[in-house]
Design a protein. Structure first.
Length: 291
């Protein structure tokens, strides 16, 4: 069995198999993977559960997160009976901070960005679980793509928003030959800049989607997987992300965070190849209130 297949078997008792929505916009067909309906409101729960189970349940888990990974680790640790501490930047959205605490984890706000929070977290006792630069996390996230392939075999392209690259790398491992499109905000694009440089580099973090996509640099392992996969790398402006988010609500009553709408923004801009693409709506953790 592949690492993704093993991950699927491990997480099956805990994670939701999220549905697909087949639809059309302006007469063009597409498929939406409603991963924002996952436990904790994002795909991150998959990788957290898989990593905590794959290595043998630790006595304690420590992580750093801008929000979604922290919530996922907090929930996964609670389900598995493991104490958890989450370090988050001072800028962590209140809605995400609240949910980390509600899941039973200790929350420590420290640092101006994810990188600073991660440095502090790694100095603490317990198993440190990275948000994306970890093989078991990547394999867990890859189960999203595996479900798409199994449930919609006619999909020819999978489109994924990128922060540190865990979901994109996992999708590359599970896409079964389908074209992969990675999407990032114009001013928050660690993978795009890494692919251009040939190695992960420090990147600017300035976007309406930065609480989910705001990695200061792509993870080394995700980068290596994605460099080999050669995805189509697309950048979208923040205003287009917000327009796509609003369209998902107006047309389908799907309430997602900006990061999740980035894939639709790329598709609306005509940047996604293929006859039938699947756009992953990766999360729903936002303070936004739809009109």
């Amino acid at each position: 069995m592949t690492d993704v297949e093993l991950a699927a078997a491990r997480i099956e008792p805990y994670a939701r198999r999220t549905p697909l929505l087949r639809t059309e916009i302006d007469g063009r067909p597409l498929v939406l993977k409603l991963e924002h309906l996952q436990r904790t409101g994002s795909f991150k729960f998959r990788g957290a559960v898989n990593a905590l189970l794959a290595g043998g349940k630790p006595d304690r888990v420590v992580t750093a997160s801008g929000g979604n990974h922290g919530m996922a680790v907090a929930e996964a640790a609670s389900v598995l009976g493991i104490p958890a501490t989450v370090y988050a930047p001072e800028s962590v959205p209140e809605s995400k901070a609240r949910r980390i605490v509600q899941a039973g984890a200790e929350l420590v706000k420290a640092g101006e960005n994810y990188a600073e929070a991660a440095k502090l977290a790694q100095e603490q006792p317990g198993m440190y679980l990275p948000a994306y630069d970890h093989p078991d996390v990547i394999a867990g996230q890859g189960t999203v793509g595996a479900e798409i392939v199994a449930d919609a075999s006619d999909v020819d392209t999978i489109v994924v928003a990128v922060g540190g690259g865990g979901l994109a790398a996992g999708t590359a491992l599970s896409a079964d030959g389908r074209k992969l499109v990675t999407v990032e905000p114009t001013n928050c694009c660690s993978l795009h800049e890494a692919l251009a440089a040939g190695t992960p580099v420090d990147s600017r973090v300035d976007s309406v989607a930065s609480s989910a996509l705001g990695a200061t640099r792509a993870g080394q392992l995700p980068f290596e997987i994605l460099q080999a996969a050669q995805p189509v790398s697309v950048l979208v402006d923040d205003d287009k992300i917000i327009e796509a988010r609003d369209l998902l609500w107006e047309a389908f009553r799907l309430a997602v965070e900006p990061a999740a709408a980035a894939t639709l923004a790329a598709w609306l801009a005509g940047e996604v190849p293929g006859e039938l693409p699947c756009l992953i709506l990766c999360g729903a953790n936002t303070d936004w209130s739809p009109a």
